[in-house]
Each structure stands twice: as C-alpha cells, then as structure tokens.
Design a binder for this molecule. Structure first.
Ligand code: BMA
Length: 364
C-alpha cells in the first residue's frame, strides 16, 4: 500500500512538474514592470521590419523608418501556421525570418508582441472558419481533437522557446492568443463557444505553454470593441494567468473620426480602470484606419483618442505587401508620399509618443 502511495505521489509530482509554469526571467519581469511605468505611449506596428508597401525580405527596411527615420517602439509578429509546422506563416513569411526579426527587434531595444491566427483544428479551415460551434469543445480534454491540439501547442512552445540571443538570454515576448473573442469572426469567438469553454481553452493553453517555454512569455488578454466592464470581463481567464489587459478597435468609414475617438475613449475608461484595480498594464493592442485617408489622422484622431490615458503602447496593423492583399486589406502605417506621412512626422515628434529612440532600457 505504502509503495503504491509513493508511486502515485511520484507520478503526481512528475505530472505537476510538467505543467508548472517556468519562472519569469529577469528581463521578462523587467519588461512587465516597465510597460506599466513607462512615461508616454509607445508606438507599435505589426510586421514592421518584415515587409511593407511594395517591398519584402529586405534588411534594415521599415515603412515607418522610411518616413520618420526611426523604428517603432513595439513590433508585432504574426505566427499563424506554426501549429502545422509550416515553413511559412499564413502571411507568407518564413518562420526563420520571423524568428530573426524577433531577435533583431529585441536587440534594437524594441518590445515584441506576437499574435496567432491559428487554423481551425476541427474543420481544417482557417481562423475565420466559423462553421462549427464544436471546435473549442473538441480540443479541450476529452475532446476528439485534444491530442492534435497538444501537438499544436508543442510546436507553438518550441517556436516561442527559440528566440535566443548569443549569450543564451530568451527574448521576452507579449503573447496575445485568442484575441477579439467578443466578436464572432474567429472559431473561438463569442457565438462559437461558451464562456466556460473559452476560459478553459485559455487556461489549458497557458498551462501547457508556460511550462514548456523559458519564462519569457507575458500573456495579453485582448477583446474587440466593448461597451461595458461586464462585456470586457465576461470571458476573462483570470488574474493569475493574465499579465496585460488589451483591446482592439479599428476605425471604419468616412467621417467616422468622432465616433472612433468616443468609442476608444469609452473602452479606455473601462480597461484602464480595470488595469489600475488589478495592477496590470494596459495596451491598445490593434488599431488603424485602412489606407489612412485622413491626412491628419495621427495627431487629430489617434492622439485625441488616447490622450490622457495611461497605456503602454498603441499598435497599428500591418502594411500588407502583396498587391492583391493591399487591395483587400490595405496598410495601416504610412510610407513615403502617403497622404498622412507629414502628420505621422508630427506624431513622431510628440514627446508623448515613443519610438525606438525614446525608449528606456525596457529589459532592465
Ligand atoms: C488580418 C489580415 C489578414 C492576416 C491576418 C494575420 O487582420 O491582415 O490578411 O492574414 O491579420 O496577420
């Protein structure tokens, strides 16, 4: 009997050890602290150093740098496709280049954030395949696709553990999975699973990945536009696993500046108040006005939307490179000659907005 108990104890210990989150590295703890204390708002741009309007795969290139002479303070990277062990992401960037970009961003002193538009594990479709309400249930413990999901997470964790600089330091990253879940356009969205399933998905993912990475991950919760704190928190996975509070909100349509400003300010009121109460930094994780048709969008709209709120960064989405996609998705940061380029320089010159040159050491 005693032997059996010891044996069971040992098995439990091994099991528990396996899913124990790795302790945060010093650089990762420093980043979290600095995000909450930074004086000003960092500007971020998705995929900034990987490609831009009419270029890709070039060293030292960035649309933002081409306009203002400096890199953003925050650089976003997208890793949809890593779960399938693909060589390229869904946006056709080689994972080797993404890895290099992440290490380079860190070495430049920038902050790295990662999004994950992973495929639908039940149907084999993409993130936007909302044909089934069974997907989340199917990948949780006991579901038909659970083992497959573990494989997805295994690959994800291996990639997140692969950003090492020469001295062995693991690059800290802000990881932002299962975003915009207050909408219903992704398979993990509001009408596609219950709140319990969504929370279980997050908690399982957190446990699995934080046990198999190097203590270099900060976890970002990010809704789409919301109207109330209840809506913001309806599917909140828990203070014990979330490090940073975020939200996404884009501007659409002509003459929508006032509506955008009011909407963002209302969300910021809610989310920054939660951030203060919970002692967590707040970030504006995605925004933009596709093709930036307003020549003064940066100072007259975006800055007015965030003015007075304590947030770590605001990130505009990618400048898609392939011509078809430019038509479909557009770009969200200017390039030389773009109508908002001069205003973007004023945005850059503002002492409230931080680019790479303005950052303190974020990792100390
Ligand atoms: C979306 C669009 C898609 C892209 C995805 C992941 O918002 O830009 O074209 O594949 O993000 O980067």
């Amino acid at each position: 009997m005693k032997k059996i108990i010891i044996l069971l104890g040992a098995i439990a210990l091994i099991g528990c050890g396996c899913n124990k989150p790795q302790e945060r590295t010093a650089e990762t703890s420093a980043l979290l602290k600095n995000l909450g204390n930074i004086d000003g708002v960092m500007y971020g741009h998705q995929d900034d150093i990987l490609y831009g309007v009419d270029w890709w795969d070039k060293d030292d290139m960035s649309d933002v740098k081409s306009v203002v002479g400096d890199y953003p303070g925050v650089i976003g990277f997208e890793i949809g496709g890593i779960e399938l062990a693909d060589a390229e992401s869904l946006d056709k960037v080689r994972f080797d280049n993404i890895r290099k970009g992440i290490v380079r961003a860190y070495e430049m002193g920038c902050v790295v954030t990662i999004s994950w538009h992973l495929d639908n594990p039940l149907t084999g479709g993409d993130s936007w395949d909302v044909s089934s309400t069974e997907v989340v249930g199917s990948i949780l413990a006991g579901g038909a696709k659970h083992e497959e999901y573990n494989l997805y997470l295994e690959r994800l964790a291996a990639f997140l553990s692969s950003f090492k600089i020469e001295d062995g330091t693991a690059v800290p990253v802000l990881f932002r999975p299962y975003h915009e879940h207050t909408g219903s356009w992704f398979w993990w969205g509001k009408n596609l699973c219950t709140a319990e399933e969504y929370i279980a998905l997050w908690r399982y993912t957190y446990e699995y990945v934080s046990a198999r990475t190097d203590g270099n991950i900060l976890w970002v919760y990010s809704t789409d536009r919301i109207k109330t704190a209840e809506e913001y928190l309806e599917r909140y996975p828990g203070d014990d696993i979330i490090d940073i509070l975020g939200f996404d909100c884009y501007q659409f349509g002509e003459n929508s500046d006032a509506e955008y400003i009011a909407t963002v300010r209302n969300i910021l009121e809610i989310v920054t108040s939660e951030g203060r109460e919970r002692g967590k930094p707040v970030v504006f994780s995605e925004t933009g006005y596709q093709r930036i048709p307003n020549p003064e969008w940066w100072t007259q709209t975006l800055m007015k939307a965030i003015e007075g709120y304590d947030i770590g960064y605001v990130l505009t989405w990618r400048n898609a490179y392939d011509p078809e996609r430019i038509y479909e998705h557009g770009y969200f940061a200017p390039y030389p000659g773009q109508v908002s380029a001069d205003d973007f320089k004023r945005f850059f010159d503002s002492d409230k907005i931080l680019f790479r040159r303005d950052l303190p050491n974020m990792y100390k």
